[in-house]
Design a protein around this ligand. Structure first.
Ligand SMILES: C[S@@+](CC[C@H](N)C(=O)[O-])C[C@H]1O[C@@H](n2cnc3c(N)ncnc32)[C@H](O)[C@@H]1O
Length: 210
């Protein structure tokens, strides 16, 4: 007997074949809400590297890209940041709101590839953890330009992606990052502060400012 292919593989393949880099995320979260699929990146807890980094927000504005079920956004909110979390998948936004009904986080549906204009240089902290790598490489440059544009002067941007140098090439998602691609977030006035590999070389962790 063969093991059934996980829903994320089946849905992403169909979505990408139709030319949509993101449709499958909403389909996957919708199937998961019905108990028909697993969302492989959900942990029910904040990202451990972000939890190690977190500093008091003192009311400053933070943007969590690809906020999924809300754990990272809630971590920052609890630390005093005024958090906006956005995700391209309406079902993810709905699930995050349902999980945290008393939340101070503003959860919104938005696309990193077409972000709202009022977010330009509007955030003191921008958190991007393993989202851009979940879109095919042809969307990477546009996604990185959007990301860099969110950071306010004097702010901090954290970027973590799977490191290409330490994984065997496989068909995505994910499509891992090279060191040079992480460094390319430093554009249009954004500067690299530090770049390291974490998790035994499996991921990059980079910090930027403007
Ligand atoms: C691999 S998951 C990572 C989720 C979360 N950041 C984490 O660390 O667990 C990618 C997330 O990004 C969202 N996403 C993918 N493409 C996006 C886009 N273009 N704009 C906004 N969100 C996007 C997906 O819906 C999904 O929730």
């Amino acid at each position: 007997m063969t093991t059934p292919e996980p829903a994320d593989r089946v849905l992403s393949r169909a979505s990408l074949a139709d030319g949509s880099p993101t449709r499958w995320f909403d389909e996957l979260y919708t199937a998961a809400a019905r108990g028909e699929a697993e969302v492989p990146w959900t942990r029910g807890a904040p990202n451990a590297d972000l939890a190690d980094w977190v500093e008091p927000g003192e009311g400053r504005r933070a943007l969590v890209v690809g906020s999924a079920l809300g754990d990272d956004a809630e971590l920052l909110s609890a630390a005093g940041w005024a958090v906006t979390g956005f995700d391209v998948a309406p079902a993810a936004v709905e699930a995050a709101r349902a999980r945290f009904p008393e939340s101070g986080v503003d959860y919104v549906v938005a696309d990193l590839l077409k972000p709202p204009g009022e977010w330009h240089q509007a955030f003191d902290l921008v958190v991007e953890i393993i989202n851009i790598q979940a879109m095919p490489r042809e969307f990477r440059a546009a996604a990185i330009t959007s990301l860099a544009g969110f950071l306010a002067p004097g702010g901090t941007m954290l970027v973590s992606e799977v490191a290409e140098e330490n994984v065997a090439p496989e068909p995505g998602p994910p499509w891992p990052f090279s060191r040079k691609e992480i460094e390319s977030v430093a554009q249009d006035g954004v500067k690299l502060v530090g770049l390291e590999t974490i998790r035994d070389g499996a991921r990059y962790w980079a910090e930027f400012t403007r």
